[in-house]
Design a protein around this ligand. Structure first.
Ligand code: TYD
Length: 397
């Protein structure tokens, strides 16, 4: 696999980087993970293209999350909120506006610049236990440490956990959101497994790992974001009551044998069937002379296209709203990426929505495409959205 977000220019084709994408389940801690991790400097480089603010839904979700955290956990004034992977400041802006002390830690210079221009205090670095110690010495302990879709991206899991414990106040909380393994399995969304998603957490794996670092899982909430995520709330052991949802979810996972090799075998079989199903669907449409474009040059698109062998002859172009991705080529398959307006100009018959986690928002923006008879395809079977009759998806095999 190439790096999922490494959109490139033609001159870079000969030196493109590939690694072996090997998912595995640990027999000890039951953590689902990839076992060959490309260097994080290679991934989160100064041109890493992701900006949180590109989705109004994600921005609204972060605003609501900030409100929940404020009402449930920010008792004290003045408070101090730290975000790991603060990107363009879309979460912390909700605290900055209220004059609440905050600090974002963001290694990607391009995103950090956007945050700084919005007057969000930002430290351009990777979060680590060393940095956590420095932040605590300089600013004091954090009442809340937050991370959305970032904790699963850092291969130094132990460094993050000990850093969080070091920086967190004794009555503070660590809140993080991550794609949930149960949803990946249910939706057969293998496209969530790539270089940046080193870990795909379950409730059992999170509870077990953080216990070693003096933090216990005290609450959690299942979310629709990212195609199915979990918000985990952890606190220093014994500092807060453990909510009943924690044992309820542990029991659900046990009953469905989520963290077991047999579930993983069934997942692999389902994924292979979904890959073959998508490939046949696209081949049949192409044989009928239909033009299919990709919608959303998401990291997920790189996995689907490379795994299913969807090349230029099948997907002649993709559209995406991120300026950095436009007029570049997709990793591995080298499909050109254009601005979304190109869809009106080229009038394809179908849009294959790689960014299916934004399907609703995208379909709302592209009503005209649908009205003109354009069809929508999602690349994975998605138990929970494929009910809509205008959407095609591969079968579950
Ligand atoms: P993202 O949700 O970050 O998924 P991944 O983690 O797999 O990269 O990416 C969504 C992509 O879709 C991003 O490149 C921007 C694009 N996009 C659009 O082109 N139009 C839209 O309306 C939205 C919401 C996203």
């Amino acid at each position: 696999m190439p790096l999922a977000n490494a959109f490139l220019g033609e001159d870079e084709f000969p030196t493109e980087y590939f690694y072996e994408l090997k998912p595995a389940l640990c027999g000890n801690c039951h953590l689902f993970q990839i076992i060959e991790c490309p260097d994080h400097e290679k991934i989160f480089n100064p041109t890493y293209p992701y900006l949180t603010g590109m989705s109004s839904y994600v921005t609204a979700h972060l605003r609501q999350t900030a409100e929940v955290i404020s009402s449930e956990y920010l008792g004290r004034t003045p408070s101090f909120v730290v975000e790991i992977g603060s990107n363009d400041g879309s979460f912390l802006v909700n605290y900055a506006e209220l004059g609440i002390r905050h600090l974002g830690v963001e290694p990607t210079a391009s995103a950090a610049e956007v945050a700084k221009s919005r007057k969000i205090n930002t430290c351009v670095d990777f979060f680590s236990d060393g940095l956590a110690g420095n932040i605590r010495s300089e600013h004091g302990p954090a009442d809340v440490i937050f991370g959305a879709n970032v904790i699963a991206h850092i291969d130094d899991l132990k460094g993050v956990a000990s850093g969080v414990r070091e920086l967190l106040a004794d009555d503070g909380v660590f809140v993080f959101e991550a794609v949930y393994l149960g949803d990946v399995i249910d939706n057969l969304s293998y496209d969530q497994i790539y270089d940046e998603h080193v870990f795909t957490f379950s409730v059992q794996s999170v509870a077990g790992i953080y216990e070693h670092f003096g933090l216990e899982l005290i609450d959690l909430e299942h979310l629709e974001t990212q195609g199915g995520s979990m918000r985990y709330v952890l606190a220093p052991v014994g500092s807060r009551d453990i909510q009943p949802d924690v044992s309820r979810w542990l029991a659900i996972e046990k009953k469905r044998k989520l963290n077991t090799p047999e579930t993983m075998d069934a997942f692999r079989n389902g994924v292979e069937a979904a890959r073959d199903g998508l490939r046949h669907m696209i081949d049949d449409l192409a044989a009928d002379g239909k033009i299919i474009c990709g919608y959303g040059a998401a990291a997920k698109s790189t996995i689907v296209m490379n795994y299913c062998g969807l090349e230029l002859s099948r997907i002649p172009f993709m559209v995406d709203s991120t300026p950095f991705k436009q007029n570049r080529f997709s990793p591995g398959c080298h499909i050109p990426v254009f601005a979304p307006e190109v869809i009106q100009e080229k009038s394809p018959d179908f849009a294959l929505v790689f960014a299916w986690n934004h399907l609703k928002e995208i379909m709302e923006k592209e009503k005209e495409f649908t009205q003109k008879g354009g069809g929508w395809i999602v690349p994975v079977p998605l138990g929970n959205v494929a009910g809509d009759s205008v959407i095609l998806s591969p079968s579950r095999g």
